[in-house]
Design a protein around this ligand. Sequence first.
Ligand code: SF4
Length: 472
Amino acid sequence: MSPFARLREFEKRTRPVDPATAAALQRRWDELPAAQQVPTQVLGRRTTGCEGTHGVFPKCNFSCKPCYHSADANKVRVDGPHTLAEVERQMQFMEATNARTTYAQLIGGEVSLLEPEDHAAALEIMWGYGRKPMSFSHGDFDYDYLRRIAVDDDGAPRFGDRELSFACHMDTTMVGRAGIKKPTTEAELNDFRGRFCEMFDRLEHEFGVRSFLAHNMTVTPGNVDQIADVVSNCWDQGWRLFSFQPAAYIGNENRWREGFRELTSDVVWGEVERGVGGRLPYEGLHVGDTRCTRSTWGAWVGDTYVPLIDDRDERDLHTVATMLDAFPGNLIGNDRLTASARILRSLIDSPGALPVGARWLRRFIDRAGGVRTLVEARSELRPMTFVMHQFIDAADSAAAWAHMQAGTKATESKIKVAQERLQACAYVMGHPELGQSVPACVQHAVLDTAENRELSQILPLPTRKPTTSVGE
Ligand code: SF4
């Protein structure tokens, strides 16, 4: 490439937002219900939403209650070539239709049932399509499996200096974990949580591979009052994100239990706050509809959690709106040079963001206890995000989705709410054959059943005779 062509490529790469992403963001913004088009909304301004794969390895070796996958999922064989081809197909579609540099979960069953080489290859495909992948797992695998994902046969990190992201689902609704098949209290799992994080510490120590770890917990009436203890006992194990999913009536009906609807978002969030020991403001930055997702970004300063944004402070809300305007698109997944150049060019376009950001920083430092406290606690500063994600019951999702497909509006209040939430969905799965990104709620409520039934024919379990046609 000539120096001039190289310069032109760099200029294009470091634009505050590339034209395809800008167009995808605009489309997403235009699709949002008017009530969600608020200055603190991230969807349609910074991202088109998180993404997940589906039908790529439906099987799981646990039997959780609830389980969001359809009953037929466990009749599908895990098959590396199928996984890679399907991940490629879905990511190609996502890249063409959604914003670049988007978080995407490698999910759809239990990812650690893949051979480590296939697991690594799937992540590489996702990176290649401008996604930042995160493997979603029950975490019941050993260090050797993790090492083989992260490091090649010569001991070199497979993904260069990129972080390896895992979401580990661990709670008492799960059955099948080695060493603790049926835990009865969340406290019994704390050592397992700690050991999971330690594997990643070891990986960094031995091979220099950094990681991002998220802890996922399904919440039912049976464990809701144990959330606070999980947070207060496990926050410093190495997690960067704690996510709580109040159980919904979705997925495999045989795994449903009584009482899921007793859990309100306020009750669950209140328990997370009890564990943190302070208020978790979630109105400062909206990721879609807060009836689906509540999030608080912040950091532990010593043992005190300090949120980045105080949603009762108008100046903080103004800061968020200013920053979302000044920095369009997403910076994740960019190398440092590209990200720095994009930040610089964004600031040249919006110089007013600089003083607004400086004043916010001052307020954050004050909330954290002042410069001195921060300096003293510098080795104990831990960025952390708290999230609650509440899926919609399958029956409501199906009814709302039927309206969306027909272009009609629901009138029954709970279906109306479901339709509004689906329209503001922040977690979608790609269907190239439909030309659509579909909310994960719809995937599990409507599409999973037929998809897994078909896959069970194409990829039957080894014990079953493969289906053969007459005359074959
Ligand atoms: S519609 Fe469903 S998948 Fe989408 S953000 Fe809401 S709860 Fe999540």
